[in-house]
Unconditional design. Sequence first.
Length: 179
Amino acid sequence: MPGGAHHSSAEAGRADEGRIANAIQKVVHASGMDLESVRVTAAGRRRLLRVVVDSDHGVSLDAAAALSRELSLVLDDSGVMGDYPYTLEVSSPGVDRPLTQPRHWRRAAGRLVKVKVADGGQATGALTGRVLSADEAEVVIDVDGARQHFAYSRLGPGAIQIEFGHLPEQPEQEARDGH
């Protein structure tokens, strides 16, 4: 084994997701992306390493492929994956990813979302509206034509709602007017 380390077969079959995340974080950040999650699952004697990344501009297939090549080098050089073979999968989060961080809300600008709201620690119900903007302190949501400001502490995880026929890049009024 590299570095003279010896592990039991059970330990060798596992990979520490935290160590993997630490090993690849700098490369992901240098590519202009955020590391959203690292998951290792066993598939017989092989493992599948799923790395989910995102950025304010999305993740193109070319960017994911380039990052995958860079991450493979880092992972192989660091030894964090151990001696068992693995398959690396680099992807962006799906539309079903919960909106839990300010950057998630910021990237959802223009999208229709559903979220549970609390007031003073008491749940007041769920609302559906369009994310207008988000910063580190709050998110602004258009709810039935009214701009509402919410501190993140008042919101549960948001869920993007799938819309057919709506182009989020168009302002709502222009879309209704047919322009």
